[in-house]
Write a protein that binds this ligand. Structure first.
Ligand SMILES: Cc1cc2nc3c(=O)[nH]c(=O)nc-3n(C[C@H](O)[C@H](O)[C@H](O)COP(=O)(O)O)c2cc1C
Length: 377
């Protein structure tokens, strides 16, 4: 393994120098204040992550509309809530002005819970299909949310087009809509590409990233060859992502799977290194397709004590630019600082699944092993 310590050294990310190549991935905590506003739980979690010294912190999925929440206590970005987000960014930057603080924007689509209105973008039946005019409106909502996020002081917005939510569902070969949002790769990429272009335009230097599931493990899903395809065949995703990269995506955060259906793809199981290696390969694939677009790799928590050396190896080989940690950032928000100064004191994620179970059961999310609600030590 290369011992160059690229992982923990300052790095250039677009035009910004960040303290290291470690990212805290978006992790829904289902703990917003009433009405979807920022509450105490967010101040605790993001305050700890700021103090923990991550190069990039991606704020958990925030809905662009109160009409489509995946969680009963999901966050919403709108004119009413923006002041809370501004106070959150201010408190983050007061602790740590060097790290990037990026908001993840989402529309839950068919995964909107019973308390809001589920819509599907394509595919079966179980939820009414959203109209083209509805998708135009979703695009505008993303633009408005990005403008509000920029005004709140975030460094950028990551469009959640992964894990089966509305924007990700549209990317699928299965998407046979007869309007501007279905059929050809350009049409399937239209919502995401236009939302990226809109986010980039909100102010110079505001980053517009995207998170995708490169392979979903579903028939006709992302990373298959056509509506009937099940096996992995990434050629279609290359064409779709070329449209998104062409719209100016500042980075691509590469994930996999749909947690509600193929959870082991998104969150590899303890003891199954193969799924983690697939994540490494997915990040490398996208990195090689678009050498000018930085790539954040996912699922590093699965690597436990080996994660940092895996990350160092992948970054040295230019298989990824940034290593993204989800569950580890809940287990120990101070992971980057400790990795550099006191590795023996890291609380490693045990991959117990406790945080995922809380989320699935619509409970506020915390690390159940270390009983930490984002506060930490
Ligand atoms: C409790 C929980 C909440 C999550 N919330 C989000 C989210 O808001 N947005 C997102 O893109 N991924 C979300 N994920 C997926 C993680 O970001 C990450 O991709 C996954 O946990 C695998 O990475 P890891 O092995 O580093 O944990 C969530 C995962 C968990 C367990």
């Amino acid at each position: 393994m290369n011992k160059s310590n690229l992982l923990t050294s300052p790095a250039l990310f677009r035009s910004r120098v960040i303290p290291n190549r470690l990212a805290a991935q978006a992790m829904e905590t289902n703990s917003a204040a009433p009405g979807g506003g920022v509450g105490e739980a967010q101040f605790a979690r993001y305050g700890s992550l700021a103090a923990g010294g991550w190069g990039i912190v991606i704020m958990e999925a925030v809905s662009v509309t109160a009409d489509s929440l995946a969680r009963v206590r999901g966050l919403v970005m709108n004119k009413e809530s923006v002041d809370g987000f501004r106070r959150l960014v201010d408190s983050f930057k007061a602790v740590n002005p060097d790290s990037l603080f990026i908001i993840q924007l989402t529309h839950a689509g068919r995964f909107a819970g019973g308390f809001s209105r589920p819509f599907s973008g394509c595919g079966d039946d179980s939820a009414p299909r959203i109209s083209a005019a509805g998708l135009d409106a979703v695009r505008n909502l993303h633009g408005e949310a990005a403008r509000l996020a920029a005004s709140a002081g975030f460094d950028g917005a990551e469009l959640k087009a992964c894990h089966g939510y509305l924007a990700g569902e549209l990317l699928r070969p299965l998407n046979d809509r007869g309007d501007d949002y279905g059929g050809s790769p350009a049409n399937r990429a239209r919502l995401v590409a236009s939302a990226i272009a809109d986010a980039r335009a909100v102010r110079p230097g505001f980053l517009a990233g995207v998170r995708v599931s490169l392979y979903e493990g579903l028939r006709g899903g992302c990373g298959t060859a056509g509506p009937e395809g099940l096996m992995e065949d990434l050629a279609d995703m290359r064409t779709v992502l070329a449209k998104i990269a062409g719209a100016g995506a500042d980075y691509i955060n590469v994930s996999a799977g749909v947690p509600a259906i193929t959870p082991q793809l998104t969150r590899p199981l303890k003891g199954n290194a193969f799924d983690l290696y697939h994540h490494f390969r997915y990040a490398r694939t996208v990195r090689q397709w678009f050498p000018d677009v930085p790539v954040i790799g996912s699922a590093y928590s699965t690597g436990g004590e080996s994660a940092a050396s895996f990350a160092e190896e992948n970054i040295s080989a230019e298989y990824a630019d940034i290593a993204g940690f989800g569950r580890q950032s809940l287990a120990d928000p101070f992971y980057p600082k400790k990795l550099k100064n006191a590795p023996g004191s890291i609380d490693y994620c045990t991959l117990c699944g406790g945080c995922s179970r809380l989320l699935k059961n619509q409970k506020p999310v915390r690390c159940t092993t270390y009983a930490r609600e984002g506060g930490g030590r």
